[in-house]
Design a protein around this ligand. Structure first.
Ligand code: FEO
Length: 174
């Protein structure tokens, strides 16, 4: 059994993961309208991953006999200034999620809640990987710079990163 305070904090994390899922889905749709197929697929996959992160906490709360609450998701933006600023926004959101996971770990430590501490380790690894992924994306965007074919090259690079990620995931499940 975990404390009510811990359950509340985990329900807040559910809301944050849900918001990320909707934000990334919205970004995917904006990329689609901009004709950026690689970015569309990349953001769609990110959105699906965030949904999984959310459901993972639902399942955990249920397992420890707590009530997982479906969150209200505030309206996320539908338009973005550019694909470059969109990717920066993703990185910033991931940093926010990492900080939130760290706060949960702090709370679990304070409460000597070893079950939740153990559960949260998966998120520690996931956040390290997601931040590294977004740093790679931003580095590529920086390298490509500004030019007449910028969007074409960015989309191509993001498509390649997406394929690498998919292949890595498939290899893990084999
Ligand atoms: Fe689930 Fe990318 O934070």
């Amino acid at each position: 059994m975990i404390s009510e305070k811990m359950a509340k904090a985990l329900n807040e994390q559910i809301a944050l993961e849900g918001k990320a899922s909707f934000l990334y889905l919205s970004m995917s749709s904006w990329c689609d309208q901009a004709g950026l197929e690689g970015c569309t697929n990349f953001m769609r996959r990110q959105s699906e991953e965030e949904h999984e992160h959310m459901v993972r906490i639902f399942d955990y709360l249920s397992e420890v006999n707590q009530h997982a609450l479906t969150p209200a998701i505030p309206q996320v933006p539908h338009t973005f200034e550019s694909v470059q600023s969109l990717m920066k926004e993703v990185f910033a959101h991931e940093q926010k999620v990492t900080a939130s996971i760290n706060n949960l770990i702090h709370l679990a430590n304070e409460e000597n809640d070893y079950t939740t501490l153990n559960f949260l380790q998966w998120y520690v690894v996931e956040q390290r990987e997601e931040e590294a992924l977004m740093r790679t994306v931003l580095d590529k965007i920086e390298l490509i710079g500004e030019g007449p074919m910028t969007l074409y090259y960015i989309d191509k690079e993001i498509a390649a990163i997406n394929t690498q990620q998919l292949e890595a995931e498939q290899a893990e499940t084999e």
